[in-house]
Design a protein. Structure first.
Length: 143
């Protein structure tokens, strides 16, 4: 049986939703407007970090509580959720890419390609939303 702390899960989901809202607002800008807005570039970077950390924390929490498993990396979290039938292959693939993008933002900040981040962020929004839905569907079915 998988007993989760609903407050903890809800707080993670609020962080994910907050980051998604910020990214959606930024995606309303043209690429030129985005590049010319220092605040939007930094906000997008932070939102990627916030979402990546929150989806990873949620996934690791589910692995620990539902399967008594650990993961050695952020990417492995999504592989194990896939193996355990919690998320779909397309979601796992895109989210592994998102955490790689987060690592680029954090560890290689001097060589960040903001247009690449802009493009990749817009592609990942629906998969982050699908991830939350798949995880919640899975844990709600657990007896």
């Amino acid at each position: 049986m998988c007993k989760l702390d609903k407050d903890y899960v809800n707080n993670l989901i609020k962080d994910i939703e907050s980051g998604l809202k910020e990214i959606k607002d930024i995606m309303k800008m043209s690429p030129r407007e985005f590049i010319n807005s220092r605040r939007s570039r930094f906000s997008l970077r932070y939102s990627i970090i916030l979402i990546s950390e929150s989806i990873s924390d949620l996934g690791l929490y589910v692995l620990r509580k539902c399967f008594k498993e650990e993961a050695r990396s952020y990417r492995e979290i999504f592989d194990k959720l896939l193996e355990n039938g919690v998320i779909s292959l397309d979601v796992a693939s895109v989210l592994k890419g998102l955490v790689s993008l987060k690592n680029l933002v954090i560890h290689r900040y001097w060589s960040i390609d903001d247009l690449r981040i802009y493009r990749e962020s817009s592609n990942g929004i629906e998969f982050v939303e699908k991830y939350v839905s798949e995880v919640l569907d899975y844990v709600s079915k657990d007896p």
